[in-house]
Design a binder for this molecule. Structure first.
Ligand SMILES: N[C@@H](CCC(=O)N[C@@H](CS)C(=O)NCC(=O)O)C(=O)O
Length: 210
């Protein structure tokens, strides 16, 4: 059976978990903190980042974008990309934006762990990316039920995971008030079983990473 190395707050791992659930692909979930001593992630990804999809033949697939491409090619049932090229491109553009927002949130999170040594300029730079990225998601998705086309797809999975991650790691950013239509869209996504079963929550990092 496929296995997925995942972490409970990780929006990248959540994208994959939602895609596996939407495609009805059975897998075993392995949850760990990639930063901690004893994590198995580095044995399967030289970049030491999760998610990693472990294949039955011993191979491993990373990072989250490539795993989603892998799943789309290997398990074409319940496609998560539209059939048309403009639709595919629109969905992938949303994934780039959503992942970029998450990357900036991760940088702010670890910068803040430096305490007094944290750079206010660096943090402000990342916050600007988060605000602008969410603004772009709001413009592209508008008040639609689904980001691209008329069914759930990659754009929704990526946008939903990024917005859910903001609620865990960056609650002071009240993006819901700024973008009420996007907030309604995200709230509707969170009702789906694949989203509800993967709602993010923090883990305890015990290693000294910064
Ligand atoms: N671009 C990667 C990002 C993955 C990532 O940053 N994962 C974090 C957990 S949310 C991680 O494993 N970090 C450990 C590290 O950077 O050493 C993806 O989409 O999979």
């Amino acid at each position: 059976m496929l296995q997925l190395i995942s972490a409970t707050p990780s929006p990248y791992a959540r994208k994959v978990r939602i895609a596996l659930a939407e495609k009805n692909i059975p897998f075993e979930l392995i949850t760990e903190v990639p930063w901690n001593q004893g994590a198995i992630t580095p044995q399967h990804n030289p970049l030491a980042k999760l998610p990693v999809l472990l294949l039955e033949d011993g191979g491993s697939v990373y990072d989250s974008r490539f795993i989603l491409e892998y799943l789309e090619l290997m398990y074409p049932q319940t496609p998560l990309l539209p059939a048309d090229v403009p639709g595919k491109l629109a969905a992938k553009q949303l994934e780039v934006l959503a992942d970029g927002v998450c990357d900036a949130v991760v940088l702010v999170f670890f910068e803040r762990m430096r305490g007094e040594g944290a750079s206010a300029d660096w943090t402000a730079r990342q916050m600007h990316k988060i605000e602008a990225g969410v603004g772009a998601l709001a413009r592209l998705i508008g008040g639609r039920e689904f980001a691209v086309g008329d069914r759930l797809g990659l754009g929704d999975i990526a946008a939903g995971a990024a917005l859910g991650y903001l609620n865990v790691r960056f609650q002071e950013f009240d993006w819901q008030t700024l973008h009420p239509a996007l907030a309604a869209y995200a709230a509707a996504l969170e009702q789906r079983p694949s989203f509800a079963q993967t709602r993010p929550y923090p883990q305890t990092i015990t290693s000294k990473v910064v």
